[in-house]
Structures are given as structure tokens and as C-alpha cells.
Design a protein around this ligand. Sequence first.
Ligand code: FAD
Length: 432
Amino acid sequence: MRVVILGGGYTAIWCYRALQRWTGSSVEVTVVAPTSQHVFHGFTGEVLDGGLAPALQNSDLERCMPRARRLLGTAVAVDPVRRTVQVEQAGATTELEYDELVVATGAQDRTAAVPGLAQHGWSLRHPGQVQLLLDHLSELETTPAEDDRDAARRGTVVVAGAGFAGTEVAAALARRYGGTRRIVLVASGTGVVPAWQQRSTLQRRLLQNLDEAGVELLTGRRVVSVDEDGVVLDDGARLEAATTVSALGNSVPGMPGLEAFQEPDGLLRVDDRLRVTEGVWSAGDAAAVRSRGRRAPKEALWAIRAGTTVGRNIARAARGAAPRRFGFRGLGTVAAFAPGRAVATIWGVALPQPVGWAVRAAVFLWFVPSRRGAVDILRWSLRRRETVLPAPVPVAVRAPRVLVGLDGGRAASSGRRPAVDDRPQPRTAESA
Ligand SMILES: Cc1cc2nc3c(=O)[nH]c(=O)nc-3n(C[C@H](O)[C@H](O)[C@H](O)COP(=O)(O)OP(=O)(O)OC[C@H]3O[C@@H](n4cnc5c(N)ncnc54)[C@H](O)[C@@H]3O)c2cc1C
């Protein structure tokens, strides 16, 4: 049996593992992914605040899926009748045949929702993107600002979107820069983390953590456009900022050939066995998985469990057995802020923050795709923060430059930064 898995994320890895476990080497697995690494998104906050080296977020897919044939490329179309996938690799398109296909292509950042966000904002989803943001932030320190206004612009980071990721990211950056940067978190609602809007205790803890980290919270506002010098809000106000982080949630781009199976928001409709149609399965962020009649959240543990079910069901199909129903009911949700500080629930019950942090650490380490990766992370976490992160420095202002004009008059420098060729480009996994 030929199984083709599209994607190199959580769903793909745990589907592969289930296939290995329940079929051994009797199936031939091909994995198509545009990068050679898996990113553990849950550690984004730790990397941004300096608690972990950026490379520790990544695991080599070769190590995670040693027996799979791997194709570095992007699936661009599926023909579910002929059972083929078109794969684009370095400009050329090849066709792959499959008996069973797993669409585990995840989601993309919802940058298209705000003009300028794709070009000037910083996303944190794909391999290398967190490192690119950190490089950009340190580059802002190395060249002195033209004047106080430019220094303020360079020293300001806007985080657009206050869901779980945006809230953690804002707090992590604030901790990293310890008051030497202005970190502004823009939230469209009255609080942060919409999923916990009605939970007053959780809201209070979230706001307290943001406040203690030094985050400036702007509620009831939306970012409506982004440019290289800042953002415009829906009330017309402008925030000058050299850095805008995209945390507006995600969307799922459709897969050509599977449009007939998409829900209105692009997610693939799956049955309770996670099958899209004969020979096609899907799970994780790409699929509209339902549990107890409700859409499953786009979270890693759900992707892991659903990916496992898909692998197991394909193994069952290979020996003529009926596929099993996806039965996971969820475990909990967490937003982490610092060692010992995490706002967390398990089965809806709020945990004390140190307990939430410890449970999260244990669960995350358990699900790092490679054991060696988990050990490296543990080692790093035990180091003292000061030994791995230089002390934060404010953005310095260049000594006033005096320009002497032809008329002998003197003019101060314009305060604009030089014409930029360092303008942030859309940052993709490839550019990383
Ligand atoms: C910054 C951030 C922080 C997060 N923090 C948490 C957290 O703390 N806890 C939590 O539970 N969840 C968190 N999440 C969400 C979690 O990471 C996702 O729910 C999870 O990644 C979904 O797994 P997946 O396998 O469906 O997709 P992904 O892990 O995104 O994998 C998708 C894979 O498909 C590949 N791909 C995409 N298009 C194609 C194509 N056309 N052809 C081939 N391959 C393709 C991608 O390159 C990638 O390898 C976070 C997400 C982000 C972005």
C-alpha cells in the first residue's frame, strides 16, 4: 500500500508513527513538505524571551520519520478520482500516485486580513521565522536611531492579535527586553484570549501576567493597516513601530481538487473516522474535526491525537478492518508566561499557576518529536537566563548630525531613516 502524507507538522509525524506501529514496513510512506523541519510552536514564547535557543524549536523530519521517503516540495493539487497529487519542487511539478492520502497541511497565518501585514509583519509559524524576528530586533539596536522619534519607533513592537499566541508572544518580548522596549498588544475584544472571555478568574490572571511583564494592552481596537513604520488602528490612531508581529489567528488555504469537500472557511470536512472521501483522510488544523458536535480547536494535542487516529485507521483499512471513530475529548488549554507562571485549565477546571506551568512543561516535553530534542530543551531550560541572554539595551540615538548646506546654513538631519533596502519582505519558510 502506498500512503502519501502532505505536511511535516504534528499531524503528519504522529500519523507516520501510528502507521509504523500498526503496519510495520508493509506500507510505503512518502512525506511531502516544503521544509525539512518540524516546528514546535508551543515553545515560541520561551524562544522569544531567551529561555530557549531558537534551534531547539525545530526537529529534523528525517529523524522524526526515518523510514519515510521524503520529498521537499509543496502539494499544489489532488485528484481524488485518479488518486494522484501534483507536487511542486524547485519550479518543476511531479505527479505522485497514492492508495491512501493524508492531508496534514495545517493552517497559515491570517495576514491577508490586514493590508500590509504580509509584507511588513513578522509571522512566527514556519521554521526560521522566530530567528528572523530576533535578528531584526537586534539589528534595530546595532544601528543608532536618527533622533528621539526614530528611537521610539525602533523601540516599539506591536503585537496584532491577543489570542493565546499573541498574548504569550507579547509577554515573552516584554520579559526579554525588560522595559527597554515598548511592547503594545492590540486586542479587538474587551480582554485577551477570546476563548476565555467569559472566565473572569482566567482573565484576571492573564491581565496580571501581562501587566507584570510590562506589556501595554490596547483593548477594543483592531489593526487595520501595517506599513514599515507602524500600524493604523480602526479609530484612525497611528502607532509608530518598527516591528509588528502577526498574531491574528489563521486560515486554511484550500487544496485544489478537494474544493467539493471544503467547509465555507476552507477546512476539509471529515467524518467521525477522519475520512474526507474514499482514499483521502485529514486531521489537524487543515480539517474540520468534530468532537461532541463541536469543532475541535486548532491545537497541537488535537492534531497529535487526530493524526494518530488517521494512521491507525489507514492501518486498519490495509488489513480490511473497519476504521475507528475519533474519540478524543480534549485535555486542557494553557497560556504560559514564565517559569512557574501559566494560566491553564484541565477539562475546564482552572489550575493554580505553578501547577499549570509544571503540567504544561511535562506535556510539552513528552510531545517533542525526538527524545534527544526533549533532553536538549531540558538542559537549556536549567541554565540560568542571564548566562544565555545579553542584558537588554535601549535603542540608542545617534549624536545629532550637522549638515552644512551650500548656502552655508545648517540643518539638522531629517530624522527619517535612510532609504530602506532592509524593508521586511514577506517571510516564508523558504526565505528562512
Ligand atoms: C506561534 C504559535 C504558537 C502556538 N502555540 C500553541 C500552543 O502553545 N499549544 C497548542 O496546542 N497549539 C499551539 N499552536 C497551534 C499548533 O501549533 C497547531 O494547532 C498545530 O501546529 C497543528 O498541527 P498540524 O499538523 O495540523 O499543522 P502544522 O504543525 O502547522 O504542520 C503543517 C505542515 O504542512 C506543511 N504544508 C503546508 N502546506 C503544504 C502543502 N501544500 N504541501 C505540503 N506540505 C504543506 C507545513 O510546512 C507544515 O510542515 C501554536 C501555533 C503558532 C503558530
